[in-house]
Design a protein around this ligand. Structure first.
Ligand SMILES: Cc1cc2nc3c(=O)[nH]c(=O)nc-3n(C[C@H](O)[C@H](O)[C@H](O)COP(=O)(O)OP(=O)(O)OC[C@H]3O[C@@H](n4cnc5c(N)ncnc54)[C@H](O)[C@@H]3O)c2cc1C
Length: 401
């Protein structure tokens, strides 16, 4: 019994994309968002071909492409500025170049598409808790005292998900003891040497990694960012740190003389209004992403926040969304929706596990190593499995037994 009307908690990237994917399959849904307006936090995200194929199918790719920076490789350099490695993030052979796009551009376009399709979005509706669930429906409460009912409730409410609390009351995301601080500066400020390829990560064994990644379609702006170990803070603590712009600037400039000149230029002039802070949390591996009765499920960061090494965080959320919409539309119809959800979670978890393995391999390659060390560990990754799947065929295969 597939659900007939879906409630989506969260109008972030996962929630909005799920609304579009369900609409494409003629499944009615309503989106509820705690904020009073679409999320407008700064910073760009990197989209790889697996996610771009999904956004293309939903009609969003054509709307964002002209506003994004296209690239195929991420480059890695030593503290002495020697090119030591590269990692493919897109290519014509996967059908799409990688894209860096501002998160608010993507949110704006997805929100506009949701509105154009007359899918209801209710802002200022903060989900509090599930009131009751049975075989055919779920009822929940908002913090304004109202309750609603739907045949299925999907938590697309991010890493600190409240919907997940219904499935795992005690579970909290785990801090990875690392954080990133980023800023946006004009590319001209960097005085990029001829032939110096971007995006680049410059790795310094004493000071960690410094990232430079172009944004906007003409690459006229770059994100600069550093990732380092950090002690855990509570939410207020992170907010205080983010509002302490001088601390963030000092963080970006720390030890800068031990980096190549391009980094020194990059941090020479930083607009305090263009700073972001990203503490890296992960969600411990969950046994299930849905309730026993199958009327409540979670996806995206709520189910599996992934550390950034392979740049797959949001890309995997789009995979969750698209495959779930196919299951809701009736793939594997001869079995119950509840079993469909279980199979969906198992297969998605297998892919997430593969990404986590890839992250570990990438992290290992980024460790300092002597120049004469050639153990074959720098051979290019085979990323066909990651970037080129046919998700419709994949879902059919999940149920083909
Ligand atoms: C500074 C920064 C930079 C990042 N850069 C990258 C990157 O380059 N590449 C990448 O892949 N990932 C990146 N990430 C991670 C990426 O942003 C997440 O993977 C992605 O946003 C997850 O999308 P989501 O829709 O699942 O959750 P979210 O984006 O967190 O959206 C959740 C939505 O739910 C709403 N919500 C929360 N609680 C409730 C509630 N109780 N009731 C109603 N609504 C609620 C929120 O307001 C929000 O709109 C970055 C994260 C940060 C913070």
């Amino acid at each position: 019994m597939s659900p007939t009307n879906i409630a989506i908690i969260g109008a972030g990237l996962s929630g909005l994309t799920l609304a579009l994917a369900l609409h494409r399959n003629s499944i009615p849904c309503t989106v509820y968002e705690a904020r009073m307006a679409p999320l407008d936090i700064g910073g760009a995200i990197m989209l790889s071909p697996n996610a771009l194929r999904i956004l293309d199918t939903l009609g969003a790719y054509a709307r964002i492409r002209s506003q994004a920076y296209e690239f195929d490789h991420l480059f890695f350099r030593s503290a002495k500025n020697e090119l030591v490695d590269s990692y493919e993030f897109g290519s014509e052979r996967y059908g799409y170049h990688g894209l860096r796009v501002y998160r608010n551009v993507l949110i704006r376009e997805l929100s506009a598409m949701v509105t154009e399709r007359e899918i209801p979005i209710q802002y200022g509706k903060k989900f509090l808790h599930v009131v009751s669930e049975n075989e055919s429906s779920v009822t929940w409460a908002f913090d304004d005292g109202t309750t609603e009912m739907a045949s299925c409730l999907i938590g697309a409410d991010g890493i600190h998900s409240r919907v997940r609390k219904y499935l795992y009351p005690e579970m909290e995301p785990t801090f990875t003891n690392a954080m990133g601080v980023t800023a946006t500066v004009p590319t001209a400020q960097l005085r990029v040497p001829d032939g110096y390829e971007l995006p680049v990560t410059i790795m310094n064994p004493n000071h960690g990694a410094f990232v430079i990644a172009p944004q906007l379609s003409d690459g006229s702006e770059v994100l600069i960012g550093r990732q380092k170990r950090a002690p855990q803070l509570d939410r207020d603590g992170w907010d205080r740190l983010l509002s302490d712009k001088q601390w963030c600037i000092d963080f970006l400039r720390d030890g800068v003389n031990d980096f190549p000149e391009i980094v020194q230029h990059a941090v020479s002039d930083i607009d305090p209004h263009k700073i972001n802070l990203w503490p890296f949390y992960v969600v411990p591996k969950l046994d299930r992403w849905s309730s026993r009765l199958g009327r409540v499920a979670i996806l995206g960061d709520a189910a599996h926040a992934i550390p950034p090494s392979a740049g797959q965080g949001i890309n995997q959320a789009f995979e969750d969304v698209y495959t779930l919409s196919l299951i809701m539309a009736g793939a594997g119809t001869e079995m119950s929706f509840n079993i469909g959800l279980t199979i969906w979670q198992q297969r998605r978890q297998e892919r997430v596990d593969k990404i986590l393995q890839l992250n570990a391999q990438i992290d290992k390659r980024r460790m300092p190593r002597s120049a004469d060390m050639d153990d074959g560990s720098h051979a290019p990754f085979d990323l066909q499995w990651l970037y080129a799947p046919d998700f419709d065929a994949m879902v059919v295969e999940w149920f083909d037994f």
